[in-house]
Design a protein around this ligand. Structure first.
Ligand code: DC
Length: 223
């Protein structure tokens, strides 16, 4: 059986770095599905596609080829063969990713692609709809969260380290706006599925969260 782990959670819960660490410990790949929505959002911005135009965005999702590759630094994300990994972490692309993710046609394309990847390769897949839609049969499902204030604080510290002087309040407002968009969209809104184990990382250190998740994986595999 292919070892697939499904992980969902809101923005800034530390999913990406936690997923990287857990996947590395388990010797499997980490598929960051947010990067795929970001790649589409970036392409829409670059081509001047109106993010509010569902048909145009869906058409774009069907036309471009989003793919992933792996090197020593982890996942690279490509659009029609162009490596866009370094271009998709801006606040503008974050909001665009969240906006394009509202559309059913877009989600169908992305989910199908992610399922194809996970069907042949052991992966920890992280995103917003992984437990519900992408890997509904995954033997291990995790919902990683933390309070909005803590998530914003972590994001703000990260930004400060990169020399970004955006105030904390702005980061918190942006994070709440994205939560609102991701949790209240019509199609597969973000929420924990009944069979997911909720891990709340508020006030818990990185290593401890990784250990908790590894513990959950071990437990599930011994069931
Ligand atoms: O995980 P992230 O912050 O990189 O994701 C960016 C956006 O992409 C997120 O705000 C919503 C969307 N997304 C989604 O709709 N479904 C996923 N499985 C992953 C991300």
């Amino acid at each position: 059986m292919i070892l697939n782990i499904a992980m969902d959670g809101p923005v800034g819960a530390g999913k990406s770095s936690i997923a990287d660490a857990v996947a590395a410990k388990l010797g499997i790949l980490h598929l960051d599905t947010g990067a795929m929505y970001r790649a589409l959002g970036l392409t829409a911005i670059r081509r001047g596609v109106d993010l509010a135009d569902e048909q145009a965005v869906t058409q774009l999702a069907r036309t471009i080829k989003v793919s992933v590759a792996y090197d020593v630094d982890g996942q690279r994300t490509l659009v029609d063969g162009e490596d866009v990994t370094g271009l998709i972490r801006t606040p503008e692309v974050s909001m665009a990713a969240s906006a394009v993710g509202r559309y059913l046609g877009v989600r169908k394309e992305m989910v199908a692609l992610q399922q194809r990847l996970a069907a042949t390769t052991p992966m920890l897949v992280d995103g917003r709809d992984i437990c519900l839609r992408v890997l509904p049969d995954a033997p291990v499902k995790i919902y990683l969260t933390a309070s909005a204030e803590e998530r914003a604080r972590r994001r703000w510290l990260e930004m400060q380290q990169k020399g970004d002087t955006t105030p904390y309040e702005t980061v918190l407002v942006d994070l709440r706006a994205r939560d609102e968009q991701d949790m209240n969209r019509e199609v597969d809104p973000l929420r924990p599925t009944e069979d997911a184990v909720i891990v709340d990382s508020t006030g818990i250190g990185f290593d401890e969260v990784v250990e908790q998740i590894l513990g959950i994986v071990k437990e599930k595999y011994h069931e």
